[in-house]
Design a protein. Sequence first.
Length: 138
Amino acid sequence: MSTPEHATPTPPPVAAGAGRWWRSAARAVLALALGAVIGVLGTVAHRTQWHDLPVGIVLALAITLSTAVLCRAWAGLGPLLAAGAGWVVAVQVLAVAGPGGDVLVPAQPVGLVWTYGGLAMFLVGAFLPRSWFSDRRA
């Protein structure tokens, strides 16, 4: 049986995951930017004290953990790693001595807690149970 000449052929079916690579790339770029912003905000605020209480480091670590959990819940481990990379780059760039010799992350206990504690927050986000981020019932 032949096809009439005026009929247009239908395109072949496209796989379900094809064409979605740009969404993953966009999520990774947004997560990278979010990690960098959180790294900058935490670096600026981590030394804040209120009545001799270290509220800055607590809030900075809390927002870092919430960023890790958000990225993991949003799209999995890829964006979590991207956010962690953005965070590390931002913190390490700001930890270098500036032109006047000022350092935002000094080699003091609070600076070390910020640097290594922030990395630990991303590790906590990475190792949380997968079931916490699933819509399926247990």
